[in-house]
Structure formats: structure tokens, C-alpha cells
Design a protein around this ligand. Sequence first.
Ligand code: K7E
Ligand code: CUA
Length: 653
Amino acid sequence: MKNSTLTGWGIFILFIITSCAPKGSDDKASPFSDDVASKVYVAPGQFDEFYAFLSGGFSGQMSVYGLPSGRLLKVIPVFSLDAEKGYGFNEETKPLLQTSYGFIPWDDAHHPELSQTDGVPDGRWIFINGNNTPRVARIDLSTFETVEIIELPNSGGNHSSPFTTENTEYVVAGTRFSVPVPQKDVAVETYKENFKGALSFISCDPVTGHMNVAFQVLLPAFNYDLAHSGKGASHGWTFFTCYNTEEGHTLLEANASQYDKDFIAAINWKKAEEYVKQGKTHDFPTSYYHNVYDDNSHMATSEQIKSVKVLIPDECPGLVYFLPTPKSPHGVDVDPTGEYIVGAGKLSADMSVHSFSKMLKAIEDKAFEKEIAGIPVLNYDAILAGVVKSGGLGPLHTEFDATGNAFTTFFISSEIVKWKVGTWEVLDRAPCYYSVGHLMIPGGDSKKPFGKYMLALNKITKDRYLPTGPELSQSAQLYDISGDKIQLLLDFPTVGEPHYGQGIPASLVKPKSKQFFNLADNAHPHVTKSEDQAKVVRDGNVVRVYMTTIRSHFAPDNIEGIQVGDKVYFHITNLEQDWDVPHGFGVMGATNAELLIMPGQTETLLWEPLFEGVFPFYCTDFCSALHQEMQGYVRVSKKGSTVPLKWWTGSSK
Ligand code: K7E
Ligand code: CUA
């Protein structure tokens, strides 16, 4: 949302930044008091209380921080190549980045979302969307590694994603850009007749987590922006914001801002399941990839899927309703009870809150304003619970605490407003530095918020950090929300642009954290389980090196008989069975990244030597006192040479 907003509101922002810079919300909130420092101080050797997972935006990755310290714990590669970990460079992870467009080394990742059980984050998995080439990834929180990526058919930009239902029955994914469905070569001017917006419901296996596009719902050619699923009473429904209900296809900053109200689309997914069972779906031909990484074979595999089940609302009464919501709504957030659905109209000052029970009543009473493509538009007044008169400008996103309060970000006025759910009364406000997008409260979009802290995820940092040339860091700001007043505690820079985040008590994740992979369980097709099984095998011009690592040598560490034009696969197994002892592997002149092999794991580097000579390889991770000795040589001879294939460690074989 960064670019479009900036062009439209640039002047406004400048005004706001200069006008609200150094004000705190009150004296107590002064970030300079000792009290504040002690609240974020995590003594050396101590652990943080919460994990925070922040999206990397255009970095394509997800980063993990400790709260309250703001310590960066890990950057998890998801959609983008990561040479540090060999992600997308080694043969094992390449299939994760396969799509129907081929190998794609990047995406734009906006929304991390933790898996839930009974509406509460359970610390098993975290999902994140790829916005550009529509995908959803699943990260396993025992390894903090990406283990699955599924592509979304019939979609053009996967933004309202991957918000989960109460028991992670589904993660949802709505298309930001409507596109021709199925894709075809048509004039852009035929937008209204040929374009559609697909909302996807991705089922998630309760044991393995494996994802599957269970069904899609085909809606009018609006832009579907954000989503949240119901909880408690509203469990069984998912709510998607739409803007551009004008169905413009050019100069959207004006053309998609004509109407007074756009919609929140309420999807009754339990009803959808019934229609799927009754065979009301259409099988649409398509092509999309489903890529799964297996922790025993240490390999990812790709499957291409050729059709998808689609529901058409016109044929499925009761499946979809439109909730009129002022003015190009961005975020849609459901309070912990599931009764209130907050729509943040980003071009309005006030926020409309819908009531779920009133919505059901309006459906029963047929309180409809009109129908669009067979979808009833509910009467705005009939479903309205209340309006938050915030005094802020440009509301985007809302999260909740455990005591009935809501917190909403305001992009244009750079602040977070605290208000009471049910009375809609504004209780407090705190400035953000600057241009806040999402916010995150641990469990803040779940049934039982953990509360205590709030993170503001800011787009612009200007004068907050030492300058680093034209590109400045994006930023998170940590607030204490345990008292009546919001108190600013800490700024810390982020990796990429943190659109959304999720937070969870460390106690729900830490005990499950894997320390190493069991070598006995290693089912990699090219594993080497002990040094005496190390070998080099030639098959035509393909050479496979079955290599092991253990402190502090490779086996083999001398190899001869490789020829220019060979494809050399180094299949390296790390024999260590201890925590925090990866070995690395780099070879001179390889047009590839290093390998970083976890204990018990096998990874593969492909090297295609171009020249004759003798080339060193070495361990890239400082693994022991004799790490600098962890090295070897490969001799490369000319094509067709009679130098025999030989390998050894220590004495010549
Ligand atoms: Cu508001 Cu992509 Cu969720 Cu950015 S989005 S802020
Ligand atoms: Cu192994 Cu350094």
C-alpha cells in the first residue's frame, strides 16, 4: 500500500510529520525515563517473553524478534533466495520456489498469521502470503523453516491472506487485483464483463499442516484487500474488505474513490462446505504448483495441479453477503468475542463497526439494499453496531487486548487510537514515528489476546535513526499497553517493510524447538551416514560426491578425476548430532551460494567447473577451534582426460 498512499497523501504526511514529531502521549510516557529502559531490558543470558514474527514486505522473508528487547533472532527465508542459508540455491529447496511461471526467486510478503486451536495461537505453524505471484507459505515453528508453498489459481495479487479460521480449518486468500478467470487475452476495457475476483479457502491438514485449495468463491471484479475470520458466535464466517467496487481499471486513486461506501464481503464457509458436498462446484481448468518440504528426506518436491473447484454465489444462496462500509475499507478485524466486525475505511475519519448478530437478523429479515451478481447487499443501518469517532485520519488496522479495548492505526495522522469495544469511546492515543501501517498485539487478532505489548509497524523513519543514504530502514515501535495509558518503550529497525506481525508467548514455541535432525531418520536419496560410506560416483558427465562433515574435516577432502563440463553434485551430510553445530560448504568459482547444513541434514550444491586446475573448498561456518583447517581440494582436468576418479581423506585410497 506504500506507493499508492504516498502519491495521494504525500503532502498531508509531510504536514503531519512536522506537526506531531516530538510529542509523547503524556509525561509518564517519556521514552527517557529509567522506568521505560528497565521495561525493555532483557539481561544478557536472559530470554525474551514473546516471539514476534514480522513480515519482510518486499524482502519476501519473515523475521523473528524477541519482545520486549527487540533482538533480531532469525530471518526465515520464505519467498526470496537467501545465500546465507543456501535457500533456493541448494537442490533441496529449489522446488519450494517453483510456480506455474517457473522458478521465482522473490515475492512481496505482507501478513504472517499463526495457526490457531480454538481461536488461540498454538505455536505450531505460521503462514505468510506472497502478494505478487499469488502464494501462501507455511513455516514450521519447530524448525523455523519454510516447509510448504502453495500457489493460488485464478488470482492476481494475493493480499487478503493468509488469515486463519478458529482451528486452522482454512487459511484464506483473496485476490487483490481482479483478473480474467480463467486467464485470457481480452481488452482491459472489458474489465466489468471479463474480470472476476476469486477468494480461496485453503484447507490445512490438522496433523501435517499440508495445504490444499479446497474451493474458491468467484466474486465481482472488486479489489479484495484484507480479511479476518469470525470466532466464537461468528465462527464459520470469513470477512473480506473490498475497495474499487466502482470496478475501475485505470487511475484507481480517483476512480476507486467515487462511492461513499464499499463493502465487506461476508462468506459463510460452513455453507460453502455444504455446497461443495452437494457437488455445486465447477471444475475450472488451471495450473498451479504445490511444493512441500519433508524433514526426513530433507527435500522439497513440487506437484502441478490442473483444476480447482469454484463456487458461483448466484447458484449458492446464503453463501455471500455484502456489508456496506465507508470509504475504501482496508483492514477488517473481528473482536475477541466474534460479535464486532471493524471496517477501517482508509479515506474516512470514523470507523463503522458492524454487529454479527444484527447481520444475522438482517439476513433473516431480508433487510437488503440491492443485489449485485446475486449477492444481497445488507442494509447499512440494520447491521451497524456503532461508529468510532476517533479524531484520527486514515484508519488502517485494529487489534485487541484482553480487557475489551481496541487499538487502531491511523496512517495519515501517524498515531494509534485506543477505544472501548461496545461504547466506541476513545480512551487514549499515542503518536507513531511515522506513518504506521499495521500494528501487532500478541494474540491481538485471536479469541484470547495475550496483550501486554503493542508493536506499531511504521513505513517511514526519517529522523529516527542514523542516516544510511537514500534508503532508510522501516521500523517497529514497542508500546506498553498494560495500563490505562499507552506508553512508548522502544524503537527498533526491521528487515524489509513489516506490514503485519504476530506475537506469541515464547513458552508456546520454545519447548518444541528442534535442536538437530536425527541422522538415523535421514531418508535423503543421497545421504551418507558414515565417513566410510563417502564416495564419488560418475555417470556420464554427472558426478555425485557423497560427502560427510564432522568437526573438523570433510570426507573425502581430496578429489581427482573431475573434468571440465561435468555437473558435480556435492551431496553433503552433516554427521553431527548436537545442537548448534552446522557446517558450511563453499567451493571456489561455483556460480551458487554456500550450503549451510544443519546437524543430521543432507544438502546438495551443484557445481559446474569451467576451467582446469585445482580448486579449494572449505567450511564457511566457524564450527570449532580447527574450523580454519576444515578444507579440501578438487582437481579438475580437461574433458576426456585419463586422470582416474579418486578420492580420499588422510591416506590415499
Ligand atoms: Cu495494511 Cu499489505 Cu496489510 Cu501494508 S497492508 S500496512
Ligand atoms: Cu565446519 Cu567450520
